[in-house]
Design a protein around this ligand. Structure first.
Ligand code: MLT
Ligand code: ZN
Length: 244
């Protein structure tokens, strides 16, 4: 129209935009849940509504090093494990670690507070069951796992669709630092917003430097400078917290 390059991206994070989060559900029939789903993510984790107990049990992680590829997906940077990177077990179901990626600022909030960064470790089980384990970060000391990827990230952050093998990555190096976690049932936070995803949000907030956040955020193609979906209504859901 005015000579500007048409936005080829299928969705973005701009507020009040035709491809923004409020509209994702209308962009494609298969994305309908983004608008109409009753169990969407992220949510605000409100401490006074959380049911605390020990019945969920310790987070059962059994990860191992795997060959991995770093990929700029345009809306985020993803580290994809190419061999088996191990699994977690939740309620007797096993979920294999597939990939991890970052959102900034954080997608989940705690009592309305948003953090600088959120890590999503995406796991898949039988029959397409999904489980995401999440760590929240505020600004402070460097995160050592991200630091180990910094050189590779610098080469890929500004190149959309770029992909690079980064050798063997050890997911056991991702620090959690606490046994407490929130658990609820939600969805993928990007289209198609598939539901029945088991979410585990580690209670302990870890730290990251501003430089590290910036490095990961460069990948976001739109000028909203964010790849965080707004928080969604809880509706009839319950949030639990595991406390030993
Ligand atoms: C999510 O964490 O729900 C993601 O952003 C979905 C994905 O990894 O594609
Ligand atoms: Zn995510």
């Amino acid at each position: 129209s005015h000579g500007e390059v048409e936005d080829e991206h299928e969705f973005n994070y701009k507020k009040n935009d035709e491809k923004g989060p409020e509209r994702w559900g209308e962009l494609k029939p298969e994305w309908e849940l983004c608008g109409k789903g009753e169990m969407q993510s992220p949510i605000d984790l409100m401490n006074e509504r959380v049911i605390i107990g020990s019945h969920l049990g310790r987070l059962n992680r059994d990860y191992q090093p795997s060959n991995a590829t770093l990929k700029n997906r345009g809306h985020d940077i993803m580290l994809k494990f190419e061999d088996g990177a191990g699994s977690i077990k939740i309620n007797g179901f096993q979920y294999e670690l597939q990939q991890l990626h970052w959102h900034s600022p954080s997608e989940h909030t705690v009592n309305g507070r948003r953090f600088a960064l959120e890590l999503h470790m995406v796991h898949e089980g039988k029959k397409g069951r999904m489980a995401v384990v999440t760590v929240l970060y505020k600004i402070g000391r460097a995160d050592t796992f991200i630091r180990s990827l910094e050189n590779e990230l610098e080469g890929i952050a500004e190149m959309e669709d770029a992909e690079k093998n980064v050798g063997v990555i050890d997911p056991t190096k991702i620090k959690i630092g606490s046994r407490k976690y929130y658990r609820y049932t939600g969805s993928l936070t990007t289209p198609p917003c598939t539901q029945n995803v088991t979410w585990t949000v580690v209670k302990k907030v870890r730290t990251v430097t501003r430089k590290q956040v910036k490095l990961l955020r460069v990948a976001v193609h739109d000028d909203s400078n964010s790849n965080a979906r707004p928080v969604q209504p809880i509706n009839k859901r319950t949030v639990h917290m595991y406390r030993p």
